[in-house]
Write a protein that binds this ligand. Structure first.
Ligand code: AMP
Length: 281
C-alpha cells in the first residue's frame, strides 16, 4: 500500500503507473463496509493490472461553522487496514494546508442544484464538495471515479460538474450499502446512542413504505411525503425533508409523482443528521 501525504508524492506515484487504468474512490475516512463496497467495485473494474486509488481527506470547506468538522472521526490506522483488506493500491491523505495553502482563492460554483435539499440546509456545502473533488480529480487523474448513491445529490451535482467542465473522467454511482436492519451505513452512525441507533431504522422503513405505495399505484406526492414524515416523526426523529423529487432536476414533485423519482429523507436524531434515499426508475 502506497500512502501519499503530499500532492508531489502522489504525482510521483501516478507517474509510475501512467499507462495503467486508475479507478478512484474519494472518501473522508472513518471507513465502513459501504466505502468497502465502492473500493471493491473499483478493484473489480481496475482488474489486477489497474490501480485502485483512494483518498482520505476531511475537507474543511464542505463543513459549516456549526458542523462536525473537528469532531469528525479520523481513525487513520484502522482505515489503512481496511483499505489493505479491500485491496486498494494507494491512499492520498493530504493535510488541509496541503490542499488549501495560504492564498488559495478559487472555488467551484455548483449552480442551482447546489442550493436545494442538502444545499438549502448546509449553505456552501456543495461549493466545498465541488472544489475539493475537482482538485482531487486534477491530482489523481483517474479514468473513472466511484461515488455512492447514499449521497444522491452529491453524485448528481458532481456528474453535472464533470459534464460542464469537460472533465475526462467516467462517473459510476454505486448502490447504498446497508446494515442488516436497513439503516444506510454512514460514518456518522457511530455518533448514535443505542436508543437512537434503534430509532434510526425508521428512515429506511419510511422510504420503503413510500416506495411500496408508489408501486401499488399511489402517486399523490402529498400522500407519499406525509406518510414518510409521519413514520419518521413517530420514531422520534426530527424531519428536515422527506420528498419525492425528479432525480435529474432534484425538484420536488407536486401533485402527481412521475417516473423516474427519487425519495429523499434528511432527519436529525439529537445532533446527528442522517440522510438516505431510494431511487424509483
Ligand atoms: P464520505 O466518506 O462520507 O465522504 O463518503 C465517501 C463515498 O462513500 C461517497 O461517494 C459516499 O456516497 C459513499 N458512501 C458513504 N456511505 C455509503 C453507503 N452506505 N453505501 C455506499 N456508498 C457510501
Amino acid at each position: 500500500m502506497h500512502i501519499c501525504k503530499t500532492i508531489d508524492e502522489f504525482r510521483n506515484f501516478r507517474h509510475t503507473v501512467s499507462e495503467k487504468k486508475v479507478i478512484f474512490v474519494p472518501t473522508m475516512g472513518a471507513l465502513h463496509e459501504g466505502h468497502g463496497s465502492l473500493v471493491q467495485m473499483a478493484r473489480r473494474l481496475a482488474g489486477s493490472s489497474g490501480v485502485v486509488a483512494t483518498s482520505i481527506f476531511v475537507n474543511p470547506t464542505q463543513f459549516g461553522p456549526n458542523e462536525d468538522f473537528h469532531k469528525y472521526p479520523r481513525p487513520f490506522e484502522q482505515d489503512v487496514a481496511n483499505l489493505i483488506r479491500w485491496e486498494a493500491d494507494v491512499i492520498f491523505s493530504p493535510s488541509p494546508e496541503e490542499m488549501y495553502p495560504a492564498g488559495s482563492a478559487t472555488s467551484i460554483d455548483p449552480g442551482p442544484l447546489g442550493n436545494v435539499l442538502e444545499g438549502a440546509i448546509r449553505p456552501g456545502h456543495f461549493k466545498g464538495v465541488c472544489t475539493v473533488v475537482a482538485k482531487l480529480l486534477g491530482i489523481v487523474e483517474p479514468a473513472a471515479m466511484i461515488l455512492g448513491q447514499k449521497d444522491f445529490q452529491q453524485q448528481r451535482i458532481l456528474r453535472q460538474m464533470i459534464t460542464d467542465l469537460n472533465m475526462p473522467v467516467e462517473l459510476i454511482t454505486a448502490p447504498t450499502a446497508r446494515e442488516s436492519d436497513g439503516l444506510a451505513m454512514s460514518s456518522r452512525n457511530r455518533y448514535l446512542s443505542s436508543d437512537q441507533r434503534a430509532r434510526a431504522t425508521a428512515i429506511y422503513r419510511a422510504l420503503c413504505h413510500a416506495q411500496n405505495q408508489y408501486h401499488s399505484g399511489i402517486r399523490d406526492s402529498a400522500v407519499l411525503q406525509a406518510g414518510m414524515i409521519e413514520q419518521i416523526t413517530q420514531a422520534g426523529l426530527e424531519v428536515q425533508y422527506a420528498l419525492a423529487c425528479d432525480p435529474e432536476t432534484l425538484v420536488p414533485y407536486t401533485g402527481i409523482v412521475g417516473a423516474p423519482c427519487v425519495l429523499l429523507i434528511a432527519a436529525k436524531l439529537g445532533t446527528t443528521r442522517l440522510i438516505d434515499n431510494v431511487l424509483i426508475s
